[in-house]
Design a protein around this ligand. Sequence first.
Ligand code: PLP
Length: 443
Amino acid sequence: MSATIATKSKLAIHGGTPVRTELFPAYNTITDAEKKAAMEVLDSGNLSQFLGCWMDDFFGGPKVREFEEKWSKMFNAKHTISVNSNTSGLFAAVGAAGLGPGDELIVSPYTMSASAICALVYGAVPIFADIDPDTFTLDPKSIEERITPRTKAIMVVHIFGHAADMDPIMAIARKHNLVVIEDCAQAPLTTYKGRMVGTIGDMGVYSLNYHKHIHTGEGGMVTTNNDTFAEKIQLIRNHAETSLRDKGMSDFTNMIGFNYRLTEMQCAIGSTQLDRLEAYVSERIENCHYVAGKLAQLPGITPPVERDSRHVYYVQAFKFDEAVVGVHRNAFIEAVSAELPSAHLRESTGKLIGAGYTEPLYLQPMYQTLQGTKCSFNCPRYDGKPNYGKGLCPVTEDMHYNKLFTHEYMRPPMTRADLDDFVHAFEKVYENRFDLVSKNGKH
Ligand SMILES: Cc1ncc(COP(=O)(O)O)c(C=O)c1O
């Protein structure tokens, strides 16, 4: 246990003085460089140059192309297609992969809802496989168990910024002729065995929403080394059906187009942010290693692994062992949270710490009632019967309801003093943890 351990004192949750009340600094990646880039676009009067017909402007204006090119270089991708969110990028990727009614997409249940919904918009059905208990990414063994003659694709999520185990996943995919889409929303500059995620599978999709490492307000980037997928994503982004004849396309699968276009100003801001992405990522990693070193000294609290991966820490997810600590995770994390304030610009979203992540997706009401999109589940072309019952993914459920906790207090520009306050909150609660247990043993 660290030398800075708090002495016995009343927990804030019981009316004691919290470890800290002064708000933590905001994570704000908008600098003078972004303001200048945005003003240049405003001065040009050209806020978007996309046209939804087959001509040069089909590919957008100069800032769109510059941003895509810069992204391709940094992420080692042959093609990058900007889109107006990761969600729309996932929709476009699933469309490009050709999923339709009767098909299944294997996906992790421990992710943001869009990773699975992208199947439903094309009339296909999400099938949930379990996660690895250490990396929280899809377990290749569980993927293999879920494969049926209807399986068409796998959606791999590099959750929290740690890479999924891509070698066995790609081997399974190639054996069964499945398309692999990587949801890299939380994983910019994450690597797997030295390779950048997002191009190990067939397509990768990044997010530029305002919670992410860098952002353009809303936005997304799709990477691929496959010319056909790139062409289809460009079409789906920009009213596909209007350009097909002029383009001489013969494959019309899923060629209904949308408007997923990112604007000139967002791309100018994104290009500028890209220059500092590595610095933000490195600082997060350094901060997380510091916090991990401190919390690892508390028996029963286990820092995240970094297995074959450069982990870029969108969030830092620890494991909590109730049998060792002696109180349930929920009571413990609630008490830690009471010792800490939120952060500037994030006051409305509350404390940057939570027990669990998202409810396993299959337990959400739509999957439980199968009424959200009747046609996918009850489609005459679908002869499967998806299981969305409790107990479907025991590792995910155990992590979510008992073991895992996440925090985001490591975001730049947190100082060592800020991080120490975070650590002290844990040390204080740990020292006084049995105050959380009432006389009848209940938390
Ligand atoms: C894993 C994951 N997938 C998809 C998304 C959706 O991203 P966007 O908000 O850019 O549509 C998010 C956003 O938080 C995410 O974390």
